[in-house]
Write a protein that binds this ligand. Structure first.
Ligand SMILES: [Ca+2]
Length: 151
C-alpha cells in the first residue's frame, strides 16, 4: 500500500461539552479510505475507542469514512482503533471479517483541548488478518473470492 498520511479531526460540540470538563465532546470523524488491493464491495469501517466505545463510520461515495463518535473521557491514556471490515454470512450468522486496522494510543491525561486530531498513517494500517490461518490474508481472500473463514 502506498504511504499516505491521512488524518481525522475529532472536534468538540459545544452542547455536549457543557456537561463536564473531563471529556472531549462529540467526535466527528472523517478520514480518506485507503486504496486496498481490490475494490471491496460492502466495505464497512468503524472507530473503536478503549473503554468499549465505538462508532460506525459511513463510507461516502468520495471514499471517505465519516461518523459521529461518542465523547471520549480525558485524564487517561486512550487507545483508538480504526477498523475496516466486511460482513459475511456464515450459516445463519452474520460474521465480521476484519480486513485492515490501525491503532493509535493517545495520552489524554493532561489533555484539556476541546478537540483532538487523530492521524492514522497508512504504513501503520495492518492487513495481516488471516482468520483461517492458511497464509493468505483475509483481504486477499476477499479479493480472490475465496472463503477467509475457517471451516
Ligand atoms: Ca486466510
Amino acid at each position: 500500500m502506498k504511504a499516505l498520511l491521512f488524518s481525522a479531526l475529532l472536534a468538540a460540540s459545544a452542547s455536549s461539552f457543557a456537561c463536564g470538563e473531563d471529556e472531549v465532546g462529540t467526535l466527528y470523524f472523517a478520514q480518506e479510505v485507503p486504496e486496498f488491493t481490490c475494490h471491496l464491495p460492502g466495505l464497512q469501517a468503524r472507530l473503536e475507542i478503549s473503554g468499549g466505545l465505538q462508532c460506525a463510520l459511513e463510507i461516502t461515495a468520495s471514499q471517505t469514512a465519516v461518523g459521529t463518535c461518542p465523547p471520549v473521557a480525558t485524564g487517561q491514556v486512550v487507545l483508538f482503533r480504526l477498523l475496516y471490515f466486511v460482513a459475511t454470512l456464515r450459516g445463519q450468522d452474520v460474521v465480521e471479517v476484519q480486513l485492515a486496522a490501525a491503532t493509535q494510543e493517545r495520552d489524554l491525561r493532561e489533555y484539556s483541548d476541546k478537540e483532538l486530531m487523530l492521524s492514522f498513517d497508512l504504513n501503520q494500517l495492518s492487513s495481516a488478518f488471516d482468520d483461517d490461518a492458511d497464509g493468505v490474508s483475509n483481504i486477499e481472500e476477499i479479493c480472490n473470492g475465496t472463503n477467509p473463514l475457517p471451516d
